[in-house]
Structure formats: C-alpha cells, structure tokens
Write a protein that binds this ligand. Structure first.
Ligand code: ADP
Ligand code: ASP
Ligand code: MG
Length: 437
C-alpha cells in the first residue's frame, strides 16, 4: 500500500487531472489524496470573508464565478455527455451548499464548511473521470475517518481505527480516492488541518494505513536547497532525514506542511517528493538516514514576532523562566526560538493573536519590548557539537544583515537566525551564494 498525494497544481486543470491516470495505474494498492484545484481554496476564503462582512452581493458574484469555472472544467474533463451531466449535477450540489450560507448568520463553523468544498469537488471530479474510463476506484470520504481533538491535534488512534474499518469495505478496489486537508473536530463538526494541510492528511493516512511509502506529488522535482520563490539556481536535494525535513518544513519550506513529517517519522515510513510534470525524476527521498552534508538547505519563516523581557529579578534566580513560559502556555501560544542572558530573555512566536495579553502579563515580571515583521532563517546541515567552522561561514555570508537572535546548539542539524523580514530575500540569496555555489 502506498499513499499518493497530489497538490493543487497537480489537479489544477483538466489536462493535469487526466495526466494523473498513468501515474496511479500500476498494480499496487494505493490511497490517492487530492487537494483542491489550485486557486479554489483561496476563492473559498474570499467568499467566506465577504460573508463575514455581510457583503452578500459580492459573495454571490464570486460563487457564480466559481460555479462557471467548474462548469468549464466539467465540459473539458469528460468526453461523454453522460459524465458531463453527472459532473454538472455534482458541481450544482456543492455550489448550492455554499449558496445556502448566504442566507444565514455566518460563523467560523460555516467558514470551515465552505473551505471543505474544494477538496470535495476535486475528488469527485477525479472519481467520475476514472468511472468514465472504466478504471475501478472508490471514493472514501475523509470526514468519515480524519479527526482532530480538542486541541486541534490529529487523533491518531481514531484515524487509524476508522480508516482501517472503512478500508475493510473496499478490499476489491486498488485505487481509493480521498480528500486532503479536511477533517472533523472533537465535536464532529467539519474542520481542516490548516492551509497546505493535504500533505499532513497524506502522512496521517500513511501512518493509519501502514503504508510502505508516502508520495507527495507537486509542481517541483523535490526539496530544493533554498526557496525557489526568492532565490535563483536552487538545486534539488535527493536525500533528507525526517529531522532535517521536519525542521525545514517547520521553518517555512512551503513544499511540505509544517507538521506533515511527524506521522511518517513516528512510523518510519519513507516520504518521497515527486514532480507530476516530470514523473521520471527520482525527486527527494525522506527517511531516517542522513548523509550529513555540511549544509543541506535553507528555509525562512515569516510572520514572526519577538518579545524581549528584561528583569533584574532574573539575576541568579531560579523559576523565572517557568513563570515566563507559563504565560505563553496560558494563551496556548507556542514558542519558536529563545535566547537568554543573565537578565533578559528573548522569545519568538509566530501566532500573535494574544501578543498584547501576553505582553501585559509579562510586564509583571519585567520590562517588555515587542518587535514584529521578523523572519526566522533556518540553515539545515551538520551542526553536531564537535564540528568546527560552520558558524563563521554563516556569519560571514550574512555580515551585511543585522542578526537579531541566533539559536545554535539546540539541534545537531540546524542553526536558526532572526532577521527583519525586509532583509529576508537578501539573506536567502547570500546564503545560497556562500554556502551552496
Ligand atoms: P502543492 O499545491 O502541490 O501542495 P505547494 O505550492 O504547497 O504545492 O508547494 C510547492 C511549492 O513550494 C513549490 O512550487 C515552491 O515554489 C515552494 N517551495 C518553497 N520552498 C521550497 C523548497 N525548499 N523546495 C521546493 N519547493 C519549495
Ligand atoms: N486546499 C488546501 C489549501 O489550499 C490544502 C492543500 O492544498 O494542501 O491550503
Ligand atoms: Mg502544499
């Protein structure tokens, strides 16, 4: 059994959807996890925002445009009138579902329901296409097994139990299609695994189904050593360890959802990143092995805020950091980076929803300074403690960029730096030039 997850661009138009057929036509049992067609989730977010703002007319216009885009997809995707009619019927029912939300008070719950429609449509489109081509497959609703708990964390036990039970019903079919991204929450409501979450779905499904491999098919031939959106001449890395990939994904490499490596790592299931446009390229393989290059890759995570707490009470005191951490815990705000001196501590967060409340509580402990619009640059490579020489190379490469924080020694395979987001592209390019070229 393998998992094959195809992202938004891989199902982005009728040609791309048809191009998946040869990729899934080997004889191995597989679960095909699909994202929404590229652009759809963004459009659904826009519709939800308009409904929040009670701008029903503008929302209705966007719903109309979504509907006519999908009508065109259906016309092009299927060759028979029978399947065109089935496609239109399917689109109508989803559009009708969205339209119903224009008639009531709009809440977070309904927003999540609207966001689920992209994946529901893409999987139905593909399932109908396979039926039209007489390729046997089953459409398994992710909402019947994918679930997060009260804290929004996937419920691995529930997922495994329910996925196994569902799969029992499809013993004959070699191709099971399901939705990425969408799930139910602890109260049974429709929810999702956050933007880009289909990778996470694939990994959770791989773990739940004991897959031999989890394949993430996207629009680039694997994990590159720097962010190709900002840096030219990046190159593909053929091998990464789970830890290295997790660190890069967490610190901003968009090719993988930040949490998506964990279920694969916990179950030791290889993850392969492949390009749907170049299926013969071997891509990147992520396993427990590392080939210990000095520098493997660089990634950047934006939207970071730093809080600097300064207090004489920290001097020679114990228990001070506990009090600081408890405040972040009370507001359920994870900490990314931390550096300390004898009388100060700097902490970064990427979720600033409660930053004002956190700062207010921290002021009971000392003075607090906040700086926003920061980015963490993460360099992944060989940073084992016995190794020498890498820090000077990195600092030399970035000697024109103000470094706000440095985290070194926390992990044997990464070094992280905090800089102003306005200097991020420059920093990524300098690192590429000095470390890789
Ligand atoms: P999908 O829709 O298939 O999930 P994404 O857009 O989420 O695809 O992820 C693929 C994109 O991630 C690439 O097109 C690329 O622009 C971007 N990306 C950012 N960092 C990296 C990296 N280190 N390696 C490869 N791609 C990266
Ligand atoms: N469709 C969702 C998004 O655009 C999930 C995904 O593509 O992974 O975020
Ligand atoms: Mg993605």
């Amino acid at each position: 059994m393998k998992i094959m997850k195809f992202g938004g661009t891989s199902v982005g138009n009728p040609d791309r959807i048809r191009a998946l057929i040869p990729l899934i036509s080997d004889n191995e049992e597989k679960i095909v996890v699909l994202s929404a067609m590229s652009g759809t989730t963004n459009k659904l977010v826009e519709i939800a925002e308009l409904l929040y703002a009670d701008n029903i007319n503008a929302a209705s216009l966007k719903i109309d445009s979504l509907s006519s885009n999908y009508y065109q997809v259906v016309e092009d995707l299927y060759s028979t009138n029978e399947y065109k009619a089935l496609g239109h019927e399917m689109i109508d029912s989803h559009i009708e579902y969205i339209r119903n939300f224009t008639l009531r008070v709009f809440t977070k719950l309904q927003e999540k329901a609207i966001l689920s429609v992209g994946e529901l449509i893409s999987t139905s489109l593909f399932h109908l296409l396979l039926q039209e081509r007489n390729i046997e497959s089953a459409l398994l609703p992710a909402l019947s097994f994918m679930r997060v708990d009260k804290d929004g964390e996937p419920d691995a036990f529930y997922i495994k139990e329910n996925l196994s039970r569902e799969l029992e019903n499809y013993k004959k079919e070699k191709i099971i299609i399901t939705q990425g991204f969408i799930c139910r929450n602890a109260y049974g409501e429709i929810d999702n695994l956050k933007r880009g979450g289909s990778d996470f779905s694939a990994s959770l499904i791989g773990a739940g189904a004991n897959a031999r491999e989890i394949q993430i098919w996207t629009d680039i031939n694997g994990f590159h050593n720097n962010d190709p959106r900002y840096v030219e001449h990046t190159s593909v890395i053929r091998q990464l360890s789970f830890d290295e990939a997790a660190e890069l994904a967490y610190f901003g490499a968009k090719i993988l959802h930040p949490s998506s490596v964990n279920p694969a790592r916990e179950n030791n299931i290889p993850v392969r990143l492949k390009n749907t446009m170049e299926p013969d390229d071997e891509g990147t393989l992520i396993t427990s092995e590392s080939d210990q290059l000095d520098y493997k890759a660089v990634a950047a995570k934006d939207g970071i805020s730093v809080l600097r707490i300064r207090s004489d009470r920290m001097l020679m005191a114990y228990g001070f950091l506990r009090k600081v951490f408890e405040i972040f815990e009370a507001y359920r705000t994870p900490i990314d980076m931390i550096t300390t001196s004898e009388i100060s501590v700097s902490i970064t967060i990427d979720n600033s929803d409660f930053i004002d409340q956190i700062a207010k509580d921290l002021r009971d402990l000392g003075s607090v300074e906040i700086e926003q619009n920061q980015s963490i640059i993460c360099i992944v490579g060989d940073f084992r403690t016995e190794r020498t020489g890498s820090a000077p190379e990195i600092f030399e490469a970035l000697n024109t960029i103000p470094l706000k924080m440095v985290s070194y020694g926390g992990s044997p395979h990464s070094l992280s730096l905090l800089i102003d987001t306005s200097r991020k592209t420059e920093a990524l390019r300098l690192l590429s030039k000095h470390l890789f070229n």
